[in-house]
Design a binder for this molecule. Sequence first.
Ligand code: TGC
Ligand code: FAD
Length: 395
Amino acid sequence: MTAGARPTATGDAGDFLALDAQLDDTERAIRQTVRRFVADRVLPDIATWYEQGVFPRDVAREMGALGLLGMHLDGYGCAATNAVSYGLACMELEAGDSGFRSFVSVQGSLAMFPIRTFGSEEQRQEWLPRMAAGEAIGCFGLTEPDSGSDPGSMRTSAKRDGSDWVLNGTKMWITNGAIADVAVIWARADEGIRGFVVPTRAPGFSAHSVGAKASLRASVTSELVLEDVRLPASAVLPGVAGLRGPLSCLNEARFGILFGVVGAARACYQAALDYSVTREQFGRPIASFQLVQRKLVEMMIGVNRSALLALHLGRLKDAGRLTPSQVSFGKLDNVRQALAVAREARNSLGANGITLEYPVIRHMNNLESVYTYEGTNEIHTLALGQAITGLGAFR
Ligand code: TGC
Ligand code: FAD
């Protein structure tokens, strides 16, 4: 900078470490496509959707047309991208709103992944092409009112009746529940926990939206009630039994989250940076004060370090070497980092930081849910504690 020139915020604020150069052309192109989609279809209306508590169903179809649903799966109309591309798509979607990344996580990693991985050929043919296109929506029912961090304590039951199955129970906090066409439900059978592919029109199945949410408002969260839901023998996922089934799906979705939250953090940091260089107090841009610069630097480091971690874990996943403990590392650290960035950005905007005119408080509130779902901060801490000591401390 020339001496005496007015300082400006320069460079790609979200990519201080030049990670862009580590991506290949396909990864960059996918990221650019999703970034444009978010700019054109999400950002113009997201504050209104958030305020009104609406998730726009039509946008889901558009995400299907772009190939974002089940994008890292192969066959059955799925895009078969690498894991890094899936992560980058999650990052761009979550820079728009966590609700859109949530939708894609649940559809691709929690509903399509178990059907693709553990389902019968008939189940795959019936559901995956329509789900990839966004014509059918899926949800994933693991959590119950009294069974959250400890899903092994679930009460939802699956009893055999002749060749049929009969399901009873309640699932809680289920993303996409009330708009889903198909639910992957985990239930306790005599032989242990099994997964079921349940059409939501099945008699005895009902879904009720959770109201009065102050977080993830542009996302559908529901209670599912199963009252004597009778299913044919072909409804069970034949390829897995035990808690390993749902926990394997969580690895996939947590991977999307550890990338996704970098996008939310980046959006908050960018808003704080833009605001700080233009907002003047005491006759100077607030960005010229040392205390404000410190906050900006901490946010910038947080965003870039998280992006570096995500890319590293993405490369491990593409090499087939990513372990569940490493996923816990990424989910734990990137979500808490994103939340810290969002809170600091909210502070940096002063009173403007509490309005939906800026994206920051929306992201901050959303990240509170992300901190809790897919394994809380404490659960991932204990998973890592177990990995390094060999001693379980969950119970
Ligand atoms: P534990 O005895 O450790 O394990 C039981 C069986 O599961 C296997 N396993 C895993 N398999 C694959 N991936 C993992 N990450 C696995 N962790 C464990 C394990 O090897 C064992 O297999 P087997 O064959 O020997 O039986 O189980 P535990 O009961 O002690 O529980 C462990 C614990 C606490 C880590 C686990 O229950 C847990 O992760 N709890 C958190 C629950 C959670 O994350 N729920 C998320 C619900 S879905 C959601 O939030 C969607 S948000 C969607 C959105 O909008 O984005
Ligand atoms: P609890 O398990 O009751 O935990 C409460 C507190 O106790 C937490 O701080 C927790 O960390 C702590 N705690 C619990 N056990 C221990 C321990 N052993 N040691 C130390 N601390 C502990 N679930 C689905 O199945 N499908 C979905 O699509 C889905 N979508 C969601 C969407 C949203 C917006 C939200 C908020 C949740 C969603 N969930 C979903 C549920 C989510 O996975 C659970 O909320 C989460 O697993 C935590 O369970 P819980 O809320 O019952 O909290």
